[in-house]
Ligand binder design. Structure first.
Ligand code: FAD
Length: 425
């Protein structure tokens, strides 16, 4: 008997997959009796915001992730294709039909027993998969805090990440303040460029989800909020140029945006201090006014909302099993991935490993070079400042070539690796 706590995207995927392996599952879901700040129904796999699962093209990181999940037999994807609505190259669904279909599959499944209750304690026998998402109830959060110590975060302030190849390095320069080392990429702005950027930033449109926690931490303000406090606020904080000399002019720039390396290959760079609540389209429009970023490819967008997640690099094994508790797995957004499909994928992988474990076979990881493995490695390799991550090509070991060609190669490599892996599961 496996206990899956949380009937969102990752929990529904995990429960359906386990049941398809012939295992008995108890699926706990607190809705509709107790709603989160974003869910509105009692349906399983309710989509709290967009109805899009992003691109279906394999040369897009989200499309590639879907392809890999399809090869593993994802139920959530199957339901998405069955309830698809036209959205160009993206996979978008009729949200009501999508969640109703998953709900029907779960409720009609003889292997799954549904318990509509809030779980507050993990003190019961059997394997438990925690899939309670970014809006995990307070009662269970407390229990998780006991289990994982101070490794539980409640507030998410994420800066955008851009790809290295999209940064205009003919203008940007490497270096840290006061010439300590070369660890940052600096994007200089002239006074005119800064003024234009500032004017657009203060009037850009924000995304304001209706969550209870709507307050900011002073130490972690959205960049647009800092800007609204005045130009000087930006120039003395996230865009301060002091200590930096542009080698091309020999002078200190008027303003600077610093980018910090996000992975060891140096393919992903984080806009330091640019946590933001701007809508994604607005992030693209406004942040591309920074001259070195005018062609920026956003691998992850900035965001700020309540987002409970654990410090997976410290507390989880790559199999998503807790290092300290053999009977506990953590999946979905709670384990530090970001996005509908990424969350779902963790539930899917976990089900595969629980099956193998209960059959007395060893737990396994997807091969290096796949998007699934890239995500797993990112969330479980040691890191100083761990923040949730979504699918992107920066997570894969790089190949040489031009951008489009490179992506095609990465996608083909990943698909053939997955084919082999799935055959031998
Ligand atoms: C406001 C908001 C908007 C988002 N918008 C998007 C978006 O547009 N696109 C995107 O790709 N990603 C988005 N995300 C991120 C993420 O992809 C989703 O939150 C996704 O649903 C996460 O899947 P999950 O399975 O981890 O959690 P969820 O889908 O949230 O499922 C968790 C489930 O656990 C239940 N639960 C919680 N605590 C308990 C408990 N103690 N006992 C029993 N049940 C419990 C909840 O009711 C819920 O059904 C958003 C996140 C938030 C918070």
């Amino acid at each position: 008997m496996v206990h899956v706590v949380g009937g969102g995207l990752s929990g529904s995927e995990c429960a359906l997959k386990l049941a398809s392996f012939g295992m008995d599952v108890v699926l706990y879901e607190m809705r509709p009796g107790k709603l989160t700040g974003a869910h509105r129904t009692g349906l399983f796999a309710e989509l709290v915001c967009s109805n899009s699962f992003k691109s279906m093209e394999i040369t897009n990181a989200h499309g590639l992730l879907k392809k890999e999940m399809e090869m593993l037999g994802s139920f959530i994807l199957k339901a998405a294709y069955e309830t698809q609505v036209p959205a160009g190259k993206a996979l978008a669904v009729d949200r009501e039909r999508f969640s109703s279909l998953i709900t029907r599959w779960i409720e009609e499944n003889e292997k799954i027993r549904v318990v509509r209750e809030e779980v507050k304690s993990l003190d019961f026998p059997g394997i438990k998969v925690i899939a309670t998402g970014p809006l995990t109830s307070d009662g269970l959060s407390e229990e998780l805090r006991k289990l994982f110590g101070d490794c539980l975060y409640f507030y998410d302030a994420i800066s955008p990440i851009v790809s290295f190849e999209s940064i205009d390095m003919s203008r940007a320069f490497f270096g840290a303040r006061y010439g300590v080392d070369d660890s940052y990429i600096n994007c200089p702005l002239t006074e005119e460029e800064f003024e234009r950027f500032y004017q657009e930033l203060i009037k850009a449109e924000e995304f304001l989800p209706h969550l209870e926690e709507d307050r900011f931490f002073e130490g972690c303000l959205p960049v647009e909020e800092i800007a609204r406090r005045g130009k000087e606020s930006l120039l003395f904080s996230v865009m301060k140029p002091v200590g930096l000399v542009d080698p091309k002019t020999g002078k200190m720039p008027y303003a600077v945006v610093q980018l910090r390396r996000e992975n060891k290959e140096g393919t992903m760079w984080n806009l330091v201090g640019f946590q933001t609540r701007l809508r994604r389209k607005e992030q693209e429009r406004v942040f591309r006014l920074i001259p070195c970023l005018r062609r920026a490819e956003f691998l992850r967008y900035g965001s700020m909302h309540r987002n409970t997640y654990i410090n997976s690099p410290r507390v989880l094994l790559p199999t998503l099993r807790a290092k300290k508790r053999d009977d506990v797995y953590v999946v979905g957004q709670l384990c530090g991935v970001e996005g509908y499909m990424e969350s779902t994928a963790m539930g899917l992988l976990c089900a595969v490993n629980i099956k193998r474990r209960l059959e007395g076979k060893g737990e396994v990881l997807p091969p290096e070079g796949t998007m699934l493995r890239g995500l797993i490695d990112y969330i479980t390799e040691p890191k100083e400042d761990f923040q949730p991550m979504n699918a992107n090509f920066g997570l894969l070991p790089p190949v040489k070539g031009r951008k489009k060609e490179k992506r095609r190669q990465l996608a083909e490599r990943s698909i053939s690796l997955m084919e082999e892996w799935v055959k031998n599961l």
